[in-house]
Design a protein. Sequence first.
Length: 169
Amino acid sequence: MVEVELSSVRVDLRSNTPLILLREIAEPHRSLPIFIGAPEATAIAMAQRGYEAPRPLTHDLALELVGRLGGSIERIVVVDLIEATYYADIHLVGPLGKTVVSARPSDAVALAIRAQVSIFVADDLMAREGVVVQEEETFEDNLEVEGPEAEVLDEFREFLNNISPEDFS
């Protein structure tokens, strides 16, 4: 397994679709881009920035349930890509031992950020799909976008930068 970190939550300029970028911690620092939905991007961005909602959001609730049942999240692993769909596993430890639960990578990452646990990618998956992204090649920086796409992208960036827990009350 390859240990990664959540590098960023971004928007793909070609499709205007949010994605997470999981970056390998060790050399050669390959990255795995995974397209996700806007609500999932918001949940991850909120956790990454340390926002706490006045009432538990879905991922907060899931983490609370695991804890109240005497368990904890050990790690998450992005395990495969099948027909353009990524798959992840959440590794749990509890009173009855260890278990693995299948999940969408966006949900697994949202939980990992909240639980402050390690994120991994399967070796063969990173070998197939990982790319080296140079700092100047980021999805957001140094690109000129014009027309309606620029407005949509700016609005989504503004949304991610200014979201607060009160927006969900």
